[in-house]
Design a protein around this ligand. Sequence first.
Ligand SMILES: CC(C)(COP(=O)(O)OP(=O)(O)OC[C@H]1O[C@@H](n2cnc3c(N)ncnc32)[C@H](O)[C@@H]1OP(=O)(O)O)[C@@H](O)C(=O)NCCC(=O)NCCS
Length: 450
Amino acid sequence: MENSGPAWSPVDLIREAFHYQSRFEGSTMVFKIDYSVIEDPGFPYLMKDLALLARTKFRVVIVPGAKERIDAVLREYGVVSRYSLSTRITTEAALPFVEMAAFHVATRVMTGLAAGSSGGGKAVDAVIGNFVRARGLGVENGLDMEHTGTVDRILTGSIGRVLDQGGIPILPCIGWSPAGKPYNVSSDEIALAASTALGAIKLFIVTLDPGLNTPAYKLPETIQTGENGRIIRLTPLEAEEVLEMNLWDGAGNKALDELRLALRASRAGIERVHIIDAREEGAVLRELFSNLGAGTMVYTDDYEAIRPLKNRDIPDILRLMEPLMQQDVLVRRSPEDIQEKKDDYAVFEIDGSVHACAALHDWGEGQGEIAAVATDPAYADMGLGRRIVRFLMDRAKKQGLRRVFVLTTRTQDWFELLGFRECSPDSLPERKRRGYDKARRSKAYALELE
Ligand SMILES: CC(C)(COP(=O)(O)OP(=O)(O)OC[C@H]1O[C@@H](n2cnc3c(N)ncnc32)[C@H](O)[C@@H]1OP(=O)(O)O)[C@@H](O)C(=O)NCCC(=O)NCCS
């Protein structure tokens, strides 16, 4: 594919990182870390990144999963587990082993943070605590669930005190009743309850799973996938659609379980839930400090929007267009030219920054010109160009235009993909023909709007 823009500069990256730093600083983020991640060679890097976040005024809460560790400890000590559907019954005999495994995992996280925050700067205090008030599940399907419990309440005051000191609270998968009786609680439930109780702006589900991708899973056509076929982002409605299209008969499917958890969190009011693969180095930082992200995001807020141009966007779109004007891919425009036709433009905004633009100029005779189409090279092939042009085609229809055309020197194939066909310059409106710059030798392409 032709991508005539320059490579993304490190300065752009720094700008974007500052943008996100100021936006999220002081916000609470919950990290549900799968046990497999703790066993992975990449775990120390993840801990280093989380310690770095805590040091830079992000409020980090960690909920480590311990399921596989509990399975292993019970096996090792010959304690047979019983289940009610897929929930383990934590018997009186199993409880000490479950506690041992849960705290072993929490300690591994604590050790990882201590190592991760060593060397330069103040060490980050990690605190394993009784942050979860639990109650027993009681009798389910005729079975006494014994020490298997659920979250009664997250003790936000105690967690808040650790966070206020710049520390990282670690919530093991054990909770206590007001009378001090311990219960084994699912770490998914704890992560969900903690995210909502603490008003987290993000929940990260950190796994080693490659996640939902094509062709392994059926995905609705509207859903955007990245280079590796992985879903980049989806709304809760789309997440529901994916879950419905991929009903799973066998035992637990991790990717679908993670999506189910993300959907529940997003329904519970968490604006952004990120499912990330810990093997991608720096995945958390990429997700936080660039809107290119990493992994799959389920979002409910105004993450992206196509909207009319505002005065303050003019420097941004000139920055997008400048290299293309230099290469004569786009006709040169000054800030004044853009200002004069401001209402013709639309911009594609992602997380508060402009990453694509285009304009629709009405030339009379029922014809409109699509012009100044430019996508930030760092955001190429993500559908921004297509969506902004379609937005302008809708606008053209609403304005009662019957035809849109484009004059292009190098992008004819792309417009053909959108349904445009080559046409004679003689079919263009009179006013446009008069101003037609023969020296540019651009070709005319048009699309009838009916
Ligand atoms: C052309 C342009 C707007 C496409 O933006 P984009 O946001 O990357 O486009 P989309 O994501 O909607 O579409 C990407 C698809 O178009 C294809 N494509 C991109 N540029 C293309 C081109 N010049 N010719 C043919 N196909 C092209 C990609 O390979 C990709 O195909 P796929 O969906 O099969 O993977 C962008 O490359 C750009 O800014 N180009 C320079 C400016 C320009 O030419 N403007 C048009 C003149 S007004």
